[in-house]
Write a protein that binds this ligand. Structure first.
Ligand SMILES: *[C@@H]1O[C@H](CO)[C@@H](O)[C@H](O)[C@H]1NC(C)=O
Ligand SMILES: *[C@@H]1O[C@H](CO)[C@@H](O)[C@H](O)[C@H]1NC(C)=O
Ligand SMILES: *[C@@H]1O[C@H](CO)[C@@H](O)[C@H](O)[C@H]1NC(C)=O
Ligand SMILES: *[C@@H]1O[C@H](CO)[C@@H](O)[C@H](O)[C@H]1NC(C)=O
Ligand SMILES: *[C@@H]1O[C@H](CO)[C@@H](O)[C@H](O)[C@H]1NC(C)=O
Ligand SMILES: *[C@@H]1O[C@H](CO)[C@@H](O)[C@H](O)[C@H]1NC(C)=O
Ligand SMILES: *[C@@H]1O[C@H](CO)[C@@H](O)[C@H](O)[C@H]1NC(C)=O
Ligand SMILES: *[C@@H]1O[C@H](CO)[C@@H](O)[C@H](O)[C@H]1NC(C)=O
Ligand SMILES: *[C@@H]1O[C@H](CO)[C@@H](O)[C@H](O)[C@H]1NC(C)=O
Length: 392
């Protein structure tokens, strides 16, 4: 892919300057597979362990949902903490009979019409036997008995409806949610590896597919020329006329064996004026053709494999910016799923493309002169190539 090519050639170009090592080095040379770039800003530290975090702002509290026994809920009045334990969504195993029912993954919670909907995943690493279910509550007290588990919306691999296209070729994990402003129709986005990411319309009660036997799915992202298709963790946001399809690209976890540099998780995006796509990246490459503009990636030799993201919408009337949040590994701490930490950055938009802001100064996100940020790997590569030219 274009931007991957640029990043790869960039890291080769920069090798003498930053003592980085090309990805052909043995994977055990751990310190040499980190990206040491300082062109991508460090995160604001969330001060909480989180893998695939999901955050909503409700009643002046940030509620953080994440995978764990019953789906864990924490809350804080500041994204940098301190976080307090609120409880869990489920008080026992999910009503869905697939995989490990006690430990759902990757929730996405939304609030509408007085009800909170928590879309969650049951799966197992490397398996397509997966399901996306939903639980609801009318209050976020955290007492799990307040939530009602409505069970599965999508099965893949096995289970009801898993023989229907595209459920027979996709992996029902990592749900995200978007409502089409102009029609009021809501959609679930999901998918991981296999055929990457899909979108299906939901019924008006948001608890099932609009038409389970003819799901009217659209394909959102795909890596057509690869055997491994590491795109997952979809998110969709809307701002100023564009829908943004976000996802994580690369290897998420299990870093007992390190992938080549740049093959670990990173956060990519494409946009469309239509909620159903097609989505394309900043270089005009379709997300269905392997496209995706890199918005956040490993940096400073400290932040590794950021992904599992979400976007908290800003508020136009008070000019608060959108916030990108995600998990990352701190290379000085460790590389297990439990080592993943919450990080976040304000976003600003340049020509309608999101740019990650350094620091937690809201003013830096709402003025046009933000400091040391990247706009895109393409732009970054160009800038660096130009400075190298001057340097040489
Ligand atoms: C949030 O926490 C950070 C870091 O602890 C602090 O710098 C910032 O002032 C806090 N923001 C608010 C609005 O309290
Ligand atoms: C399911 O997950 C829970 C929590 O991680 C764990 O204690 C339990 O052993 C798992 N069950 C199976 C059958 O793997
Ligand atoms: C399977 O799904 C269909 C369509 O949603 C539904 O009508 C049917 O009741 C389901 N069957 C079972 C056993 O859950
Ligand atoms: C999935 O379903 C479609 C439509 O029924 C069918 O054409 C296709 O062969 C199926 N694919 C697999 C891998 O089962
Ligand atoms: C819906 O449209 C209005 C008016 O254009 C806009 O202000 C708002 O941000 C949109 N929201 C979403 C979620 O699409
Ligand atoms: C909105 O909530 C009301 C009250 O709970 C309920 O009667 C109505 O069906 C809900 N509407 C939708 C679209 O879910
Ligand atoms: C924006 O913030 C103001 C002040 O906090 C609030 O009154 C308003 O409802 C918010 N608007 C949106 C769209 O969230
Ligand atoms: C990484 O961990 C080190 C040591 O605990 C800490 O000093 C540093 O602030 C952390 N950085 C980030 C971005 O988490
Ligand atoms: C805001 O941006 C300026 C210029 O890049 C930078 O020096 C400053 O540290 C930033 N503020 C914060 C709080 O990060």
């Amino acid at each position: 892919m274009h931007s991957t090519w640029l990043l790869t050639s960039l890291s080769l170009l920069l090798t003498p300057l930053v003592a980085a090592t090309p990805s052909s080095q043995p994977a055990h040379a751990v310190s040499q597979v980190y990206d040491t770039t300082d062109r991508i800003p460090l995160p604001n530290i969330g001060h909480i362990a989180a893998h695939d975090p999901n955050i909503i702002l409700w009643d002046n509290w940030y509620y953080l949902f994440q995978g764990g026994v019953g789906i864990l809920i924490h809350r804080a009045q500041n994204l940098s903490g301190p976080w307090e334990d609120v409880g869990t969504v489920l008080s026992g195993p999910s009503v869905i009979h697939t995989q490990n029912r006690t430990r759902p993954w990757a929730p996405t919670t939304i609030h509408t019409n007085g009800t909170f909907y928590c879309y969650y995943t049951l799966s197992e690493h490397g398996s397509r036997n997966s399901a996306i279910g939903v639980a609801t509550t009318t209050s976020l007290t955290g007492k799990s008995q307040d939530w009602t588990d409505h069970g599965a919306i999508i099965h893949t691999g096995n289970g009801n409806g898993s023989d229907i296209y595209p459920f027979n070729v996709s992996n029902a994990i990592d749900a995200s949610f978007i409502t089409d402003n102009s029609t009021g129709q809501s959609y679930l986005n999901y998918g991981s590896f296999w055929t990457d990411i899909w979108q299906v319309p939901l019924s008006d009660d948001l608890l099932s597919l609009k038409d389970p036997t003819n799901p009217d799915a659209v394909h959102l992202t795909y890596l057509p020329e690869q055997k491994q298709r590491p795109e997952e963790g979809s998110w969709m946001s809307f701002r100023d006329g564009y829908y943004y399809a976000w996802f994580s690209h690369g290897k998420c976890c299990r870093f007992q064996k390190f992938p080549g540099r740049g093959k670990e998780y990173e956060i990519r995006v494409g946009r469309s004026t239509n909620v159903r796509g097609p989505f394309e990246d900043k270089d005009g490459v379709q997300l269905l053709d392997g496209g995706g503009t890199v918005i956040y990636a490993s940096n400073h030799g400290v932040v590794y494999a950021p992904g599992g993201l979400g976007v908290l919408p800003g508020n136009d009337s008070t000019a608060t910016p959108d916030i990108l949040y995600y998990h990352y590994l701190n290379t000085t701490i460790g590389f297990t799923d439990e080592d993943a930490r919450l990080g976040w950055n304000y976003l600003k938009y340049e020509d309608g493309w999101p740019v990650v802001i350094e620091g937690n100064d809201i003013g830096n996100a709402t003025t046009s002169n933000a400091g040391s940020v990247i706009s895109a790997p393409g732009g970054f590569a160009l800038t660096m190539a130009m400075s190298l030219w001057l340097y040489i």
